[in-house]
Design a protein around this ligand. Structure first.
Ligand SMILES: Cc1cc2nc3c(=O)[nH]c(=O)nc-3n(C[C@H](O)[C@H](O)[C@H](O)COP(=O)(O)OP(=O)(O)OC[C@H]3O[C@@H](n4cnc5c(N)ncnc54)[C@H](O)[C@@H]3O)c2cc1C
Length: 472
């Protein structure tokens, strides 16, 4: 039986980052991963391949407007070659997963290729693949992540009624696709397929698209999607979906109660993800669970000494709606590793987690929405600045969207920043630091924003929150 200080089950962005940090701090580390490559959902089916497809969609958008850009030689029918798209995406994914393998070697982390279960008192039983029993001297970290979750009554056949795992590998551009759910995954695929040429229909149960975002962001996205020819049914419900040989019949109950039937090539079920713990036998060891998630404290300890958990598979006691995001899982992995190595750790502030959605137009947000700030009793002040006024946006030919700052009137503290439009997923970094440093709006005003950049909109939104944007 081989001994390590730390054994991690799962090499996603939670597990592999925890492994590297633990090794950096002098601990001996093994990671058990059942997939053929390291990196988990993010690298294999999630963040990286979806954003690669979105970059292809962006390239296509530029070529479709070649005339406006004065680019010649692009005459004739413009389309997308899915073989080339997938080949490029797979090269990117392959390069990154090999990069994680390199980091494992550099940090002397052992990758045990197989499927593991926990068998008590520090023991990890690798029961498929490179079968063996391992022992953790200090801690086992469960980082087994999440998988797409279905909806009762809708049978996912993975051929016509699909999840994001299949959507990312579709060899063809569907003529038509319906998407259930308008969270990040749903709207990102809507942007990809619409730009590639599909007829796209979104069915969202809640009254607006991207329902976790600020209402103004949802409204702007709906407006932009409408302009692009994406049909959105909000407050609507899929009541039946039946796969036929070459398509799907989808019945929808619209917000006003009327029924609508669609006939589409594919139905993408993008209604959320659930924890992966099957076969781990973690409950048998007495680990406390909550609706299938592993319950942990703020330094990621379970109630059973020697067993921690991080990432998509957890729920943190006292934190409602733990975010299932790659950067959150990595941040949790670092804290868990540092605590196991005996370092002082500080709890993550889940209120300061940036959320990025890479649809077109893209969305970046951090902190409280205007509505949530009001619900919490803040006397709210808001400043909004449209990207359309910025020179940089005009140069890029991409002028939709805005930055909105939500602040507390009493102390001028920035409570939340919400943006939609070009480079929002990058601009949110400044907003995240502002919240982390408990900045005031005044401090954002006094921060010099380079010209010409999209970031000027953050400074201008701060000016607007004080009632005086310069360029409006
Ligand atoms: C389409 C899509 C797009 C996304 N885009 C983004 C994005 O842009 N930004 C972002 O922040 N997040 C994004 N996410 C979410 C992000 O991918 C996840 O939050 C992140 O991957 C969670 O990391 P994790 O380490 O907790 O779990 P995972 O990445 O799911 O990794 C868990 C690993 O554990 C392994 N495993 C499970 N059980 C066992 C076992 N018993 N034995 C051995 N190995 C096991 C699995 O094979 C897997 O590799 C996206 C997700 C999807 C589906």
């Amino acid at each position: 039986m081989k001994d390590y200080d730390v054994i991690i089950v799962g090499a996603g962005t939670g597990g592999y980052v925890a492994a590297i940090r633990a090794a950096q701090l002098g601990l001996s580390v093994a990671v058990v991963e059942k997939q053929k490559s390291l990196g988990g959902t993010c690298l294999l089916w999630g963040c990286i391949p979806t954003k690669a497809l979105l970059e292809h969609a962006h390239a296509l958008k530029i070529v479709q407007h070649a005339k406006d850009w004065g680019v010649t030689g692009a005459a004739g029918p413009i389309g997308i070659d899915m073989i080339q798209v997938h080949a490029r995406k797979d090269r990117i994914v392959g390069g990154l997963t090999r990069g994680v393998e390199f980091l494992f070697k550099k940090n002397k982390i052992d990758w045990i290729k197989g499927t593991a279960r926990l068998s008590g008192q520090g023991a990890v039983d690798v029961y498929e693949g490179d079968t063996q029993t391992l022992r953790a001297r200090k801690e086992i970290i469960v980082a087994t992540g999440s998988a797409p979750r279905g909806v009762p009554g809708i049978e996912i056949d993975r051929k016509r009624i699909i999840t994001s795992d299949e959507a990312i590998h579709l060899p063809e551009v569907p003529k038509s696709i319906a998407i259930m759910g308008s969270g990040a995954v749903g709207v990102e695929f809507a942007s990809i397929f619409r730009r590639f040429g599909s007829e796209v229909t979104i069915v969202e149960l809640l009254p607006r698209l991207v329902p976790v975002e600020d209402e103004a962001v949802s409204a702007e996205l709906e407006k932009s999607f409408r302009k692009q020819g994406i049909t959105s049914h909000t407050g609507a419900k899929v009541t039946r979906a039946a796969a036929t040989g070459d398509g799907v019949e989808v019945d929808v109950q619209l917000a006003d109660g009327t029924a609508k039937s669609l006939r589409v090539d594919y139905l993408l079920v993008a209604t959320g993800r659930g924890p992966v713990t099957s076969g781990l036998e973690i409950e048998r060891l007495g680990v406390q669970m909550d609706r299938g998630y592993v319950t942990v404290d703020e330094t990621y300890r379970t109630n059973v000494p020697g067993i921690s958990a991080i990432g998509d598979v957890i729920t943190v006691a006292g934190v409602p709606g733990h975010p299932q995001l790659a950067h959150v899982s990595s941040a949790e992995g670092i804290i868990a590793a540092e605590r196991i190595a005996g370092h002082e750790t500080r709890a993550l502030n889940y209120g300061h987690v940036p959320g990025c959605t890479y649809c077109d137009p893209e969305i970046g947000s951090v902190g409280l929405t205007e509505q949530r700030a009001k619900e919490r009793g803040f006397d709210v002040r808001v400043g909004t600045f449209p990207f359309g006024v910025l020179g940089r946006a005009k140069m890029a030919g991409d002028t939709d969207g805005f930055v909105k700052i939500v602040a507390d009137k009493k102390y001028d503290e920035v409570l939340g920043v919400h943006m939609i439009g070009l480079r929002s997923t990058e601009l949110v970094a400044e907003a995240t630091l502002a919240l982390r440093l408990e900045s005031t709006v005044e401090e954002l005003i006094r921060t010099i924003h380079a010209h010409p950049t999209m970031a000027e909109a953050v400074g201008e939104a701060a000016h607007a929150a004080h009632g005086a944007a310069i360029h409006l």
